[in-house]
Design a binder for this molecule. Structure first.
Ligand SMILES: C[S@@+](CC[C@H](N)C(=O)[O-])C[C@H]1O[C@@H](n2cnc3c(N)ncnc32)[C@H](O)[C@@H]1O
Length: 247
């Protein structure tokens, strides 16, 4: 590793409500002089929105704008190549900055749980020190928003991406007790078909913008296919495979 005086710190911000982030993350955000975050072109960015009012006024911001939509299938070559260049470029820029100063990267939820930061994390290994501050995952905020426990007893919780092919969704749903499906958005019709084929549609919920302003919690059967943003999670609660009997 080249000699550096700074490091890259990735702060997990939790599910959306700033009150749900760790003290360590809040402290790092207030102290940071360089702050980077992912966003779609032309958007404020979910992570940036969460820290509104928390940044040091003298901090320099580095919006990392995705070159393509993040909802395309992972096996699309154009998508993979465009993203690889994007992550290579930002890993280089962050490494250069960290040679002389700390730089904070913002990440919704927990950085190591399907977080885009992992693409930078792998590219920065051996180049600069990297520190990750854990966060409460988005799905945790979402199942709490439903007011019902997600798993108990011997329930198996399966976490799926809405970008998966329908047959894969069905195969995993058949095995699961409790279910979380992330990256819904335009994938919702496929997710819905898979839930219907596995008899789970009637008990599925959609949580949009969990713990954030504008949160919506609805039965999936009452939500139209076109009415689902990227920032939403489908949930099916487990019923407890081995209920514990109170003594
Ligand atoms: C790339 S993943 C990032 C996951 C994040 N690192 C975490 O720990 O939750 C983005 C997906 O997370 C889900 N998500 C995260 N937070 C959410 C929230 N507060 N409300 C609804 N969906 C959320 C959405 O399904 C979205 O498509």
């Amino acid at each position: 590793m080249a000699p550096t005086t700074g490091k890259v710190i990735c702060a997990g911000l939790g599910p959306g409500d700033p009150d749900l982030m760790s003290l360590r993350a809040a402290r790092a955000i207030g102290e940071a002089r360089h702050v980077a975050y992912f966003r779609k072109a032309g958007r404020a960015g979910q992570a940036r929105r969460i820290v509104e009012g928390m940044l040091n006024p003298s901090a320099t911001e580095y919006p990392m704008e995705y070159p393509v939509t993040t909802e395309l299938p992972f096996d699309s070559p154009d998508y993979t190549q465009a993203l690889a260049h994007f992550y290579d470029d930002w890993a280089d820029r962050l490494a250069t900055l960290a040679a002389t100063d700390d730089i904070l990267v913002l990440c919704e939820g927990d950085p190591f749980f399907y977080g885009s930061f992992m693409h930078l994390h792998s590219r920065l290994q051996g180049r600069v020190p990297v520190e990750v501050i854990p966060g409460i995952t988005g799905m945790t905020g979402c199942w709490n928003a439903t007011g019902t426990p997600i798993t108990w007893g011997d329930d198996v919780l399966t976490v799926l991406m809405g970008t998966l092919p329908e047959e894969d969704l069905v195969r995993h749903m058949e095995q699961a007790d409790a279910l979380v499906v992330m990256k819904t958005g335009r994938n919702l019709p496929r997710v819905r078909r898979a839930l219907e084929r596995t008899g789970r549609l009637d008990t599925a919920w959609l949580v949009e913008r969990g713990t954030m302003p504008g949160q919506r919690v609805a039965r999936l059967s009452e939500v139209q296919d076109h009415d689902c943003p990227y920032f939403a999670i489908v949930l099916v609660h487990g019923h407890g495979r081995r209920p514990e009997i109170a003594e």
